[in-house]
Design a protein around this ligand. Sequence first.
Ligand SMILES: NC(=O)c1ccc[n+]([C@@H]2O[C@H](COP(=O)([O-])OP(=O)(O)OC[C@H]3O[C@@H](n4cnc5c(N)ncnc54)[C@H](O)[C@@H]3O)[C@@H](O)[C@H]2O)c1
Length: 420
Amino acid sequence: MGLSDMSRRDFMRAAGAAAAAFSVGLADTRSDLVAQTAGGSTDLLRVGMVGPGVQGRNVMTNCARVPGVKFTAVCDIFPDNLTKGLEIAGEGAKGFADYREMLEKADIDAVMIATPLNWHCEMTLAALDAGKHVFCEKMMSYSIEQGRQMVRKQRETGLVLQIGHQRRYNPTYLHALNLLEKEGVLGRITMIRALWHRNGDWRRPVPDPKYERLMNWRLYRETSQGLMAELGSHQVDVANWVLKALPTAVVGMGTRGYWTDGRDILDDVEVLYEYPNGVKLVYTSITQNARDDYYEQIMGDGGTLVLTHENQGLLFREARAEKLDWEQYAHKDDKGGVVLDSQATKGKGKDKDKGSEALEGAGENPYYLEMADWVRCIREGDTPHCNGLVAFESDVACLMANASIAQRRFINLPPEIYAV
Ligand SMILES: NC(=O)c1ccc[n+]([C@@H]2O[C@H](COP(=O)([O-])OP(=O)(O)OC[C@H]3O[C@@H](n4cnc5c(N)ncnc54)[C@H](O)[C@@H]3O)[C@@H](O)[C@H]2O)c1
């Protein structure tokens, strides 16, 4: 997988090196961590924020904690959100209603984009063309062709483009995936089941009907690619990451019409992906039943790994698999799952005197970690773990699932479809 694989290794190496630095318990202070994860430098980085809505304010608040970051400009077409964004930015930041004007007039080195999906490509291309590094929220692109344009533009300019799949920076995921890779704890992986189930209309209350399309952009195909984009893209990305492979075929179904409020996106999606060697990803996202909540469950002939709520990893060994040598020392949950604790990657219980070893960022907010690594990549000229190509690969899979549902057919995904 070229670049994406390379940057994944780089990130794991960086995490491993930092883990070694953290090997004596958690004696190191949070401020040490903050400095390390930002690349050890506190050079001023001037950032402009486009779209400080719900997620924009989340990533902005986390980015503002990274040493040396100053938000000098904020842009939003919705005045309330512009005001909220400027409050986070603090003194001296300039407000804009037009992102092009911001790119032209503001003193900025980098841009964060958290607008609705239909804007991502246009804004990213313009920011890269203006010489700014970019962090753009997931899903990266509204269409496959737009995604290609974004990756190509990044390559052309050599600037940093990072996409907001924060699981790639989450210590729980990094720890679990490290164990899979190093210790092969699941044996041969044959299937992944991932889902995001909710019971609700996914609708935001609007203060005035004129704001319906702006605030409920997720519900309309003109601005949204629905559940596969908003929820599925995170989880398909995890499957690609775990399997180090890309889907070779997809078939899906979906339903429209449960919610009758004028929306035109699907109410639920049920999708089956084929990966090389017959491995399958079974994916569902529904809005009418919340019993299963959300998780990614990775199944092998030696065990099952459940990654849930973006903060817990549980390992269940198959009866026929050999016992792991460290299993007896591990903490178990009430269902007998081994709790994978990124704050004590090894040694806990067994080597109490040596202290436990925490993975870099253990206990830290994954959104902070993704922002700190974006800043580090800009300062060090590095390629982000979740770069444009990584995001493009899961975008293709999600958009083709939507195509399969719309066309009611099984679709092969040849390697050319992932070519940029
Ligand atoms: N990584 C995650 O876990 C995560 C979570 C939620 C949302 N997201 C992503 O973040 C993005 C935003 O989602 P949200 O829930 O914050 O949406 P939102 O509607 O709350 O925020 C979007 C903001 O963009 C502004 N905007 C719209 N068009 C604009 C334009 N042309 N110029 C300037 N501003 C404009 C809106 O006024 C709004 O303030 C989406 O891509 C979404 O998929 C990611």
